[in-house]
Write a protein that binds this ligand. Structure first.
Ligand code: GUN
Ligand code: FE
Length: 454
């Protein structure tokens, strides 16, 4: 029985040490000797100065001896948010990057994705991608699956079981002239999307939600785009797709939708640009199109590894930010060859520097800004910033415990460094070995609770 003299605590864990995160006002806020309490629902109950320990322990009813103290080279940062990743393409990650987008889709992607009708194969690949991304520190992922409803539901189940926050989309495509067996009829696409949404919502997974997913304008008829816009609106759902990735794609979209003024206008006309929409790439969007993004509240997912690997283009992130369009980062596996959001951070910085080489006047992104894009920016891009993205009271505790000097890790610290330097080193040099623990909604999901037998 609980001791009746002591307030019954709803605090599950308290951590003391350095916390780094972003806010609306500052790209990098560093909080040293801070105390963060996580309640039994996995939410941040308080984040305050370490000197307040006695008061906090009385108010929240925990014992100061239960506080977990971080070590010298450790800090907590928010979990990484991957705003765009294709789960089935994890099966061929790190290969097949020798063609531009449309040929790459026809030659590699569509034939591989058509195999995900096989639930055993889907289970094997989807378990691997969820585990790998969690291990890499991705606490939230926005996934494309394939056209197969049951396999897409399985991805939702696997994300839930491993404890990853996820948006999961059954891909919709009623147009595909190149790989004829990998497409749906218009009716199938609509009906299966509705079944997918209903069955996924019915599972009541706390961290997993459906996202309406027209693959891109080239693989959908105008009728399907309009129907998906209506389904998203009627159910108040997220939407994801691709836009303006490569010049040949844009040309074909404008030919296919001659009544539209731009690629963005195609989605706008079909009610697919909302404040819960995330569009991948956008490398070649005009300023007028960015204004439409801003007006509708739709966001962009910047996928720099893929943009370079498929020779698609280079997104001018500074210009997107100037237009006040929400932007997060994505790995875009397997157009991007890395499933790690640390790679997305590095490629974002690289791309910004290449733009600076081309134009020395360019306002290069700094690592603090890119850190924000990978965390809070991603959560805003996915309209999940009410739940995750930084360390604010009331949000879920989605966090990485980072040890920059982890034994066996890739970083040799020469001197004891201040937190800002530790973060910069981690972002530029770190890997899984520096991520000692991963939490989603307060639950420790890495190291994995389950034996990793596969
Ligand atoms: N456009 C349509 N489908 C895809 C895809 O699977 N990957 C990328 N990078 N672009 C796309
Ligand atoms: Fe993609």
């Amino acid at each position: 029985m609980a001791n009746s003299n002591r307030p019954t605590s709803n605090i599950a864990n308290v951590y003391r040490g350095t916390f780094v995160h972003s806010t609306q006002q500052t790209a990098l806020q560093i909080l040293e000797d801070e105390l963060l309490g996580v309640d039994t629902d996995g939410k941040i109950a308080f984040i305050e100065r370490g000197a307040e320990l006695d008061r906090l322990s009385r108010t929240f009813g925990f014992s100061p001896t239960e506080v977990t103290q971080l070590a010298q080279h450790e800090f907590f940062m928010p979990g990484l948010v991957d705003t765009h990743i294709h789960a089935p393409q994890y099966s061929y990650i790190g290969t097949a990057l020798d063609m531009p987008l449309l040929q790459w889709l026809d030659t590699y992607t569509f034939p591989v994705e058509s195999n995900f009708k096989d639930l055993k194969f889907a289970h094997s690949v989807y378990s691997k991608v969820v585990k790998r991304t969690l291990r890499n520190g991705t606490t939230t992922a926005c996934y494309f699956a394939t056209i197969h409803t049951d396999a897409s539901l399985l991805l939702g189940q696997i994300a839930n079981d491993f404890g990853q926050r996820a948006l999961v989309g059954k891909v919709c495509m009623d147009r595909n002239d190149s790989v004829k067996h990998y497409k749906e009829t218009n009716q199938e696409s609509q009906e299966e999307t509705c079944r997918f949404i209903a069955e996924l919502l019915n599972k009541k997974y706390p961290l997993v939600r459906p996202v309406v997913t027209p693959r891109f304008a080239l693989s959908c008829t105008a009728a399907l785009l309009g129907q998906l816009g209506t389904i998203a609106k009627d159910n108040n759902l997220h939407i994801q797709s691709h836009i303006s990735e490569n010049k040949e794609e844009i040309k074909l979209v404008l030919e296919l939708f001659p009544e539209s003024e731009s690629y963005t206008d195609v989605y706008l006309k079909h009610n697919l640009l909302t404040d819960k929409t995330v569009m991948a790439h956008g490398c070649h969007l005009s300023d007028e199109e960015l204004v439409l993004f801003r007006k509708t509240g739709a966001s962009l997912s910047h996928c720099p590894n893929s943009n370079i690997s498929l020779c698609s283009g280079m997104l001018d992130v500074r210009n997107v930010l100037k237009h006040k369009v929400k932007l997060g980062l994505g790995t875009d596996v397997a157009g991007g060859y890395s499933a790690s959001m640390l790679d997305a951070v590095r490629r974002t910085l690289d791309t910004s520097k290449v733009l600076t080489i081309q134009n020395p006047e360019y306002d290069t992104l700094n690592f603090e800004e890119v850190f924000r894009l990978a965390t809070l920016g991603g959560s805003q891009a996915l309209s999940l910033d009410g739940q995750t993205g930084n360390f604010e009271v009331g949000k879920d505790f989605d966090a990485l415990r980072v040890n920059v000097a982890a034994p066996g890790g890739p970083i040799d610290l020469v001197q004891c460094k201040e937190p800002k330097i530790l973060l910069e080193k981690f972002l530029n040099l770190g890997d899984d070995r520096n991520i000692v623990e991963v939490f989603v909604a307060g639950r420790k999901v890495v190291p994995f609770a389950e034996p990793t037998t596969e």
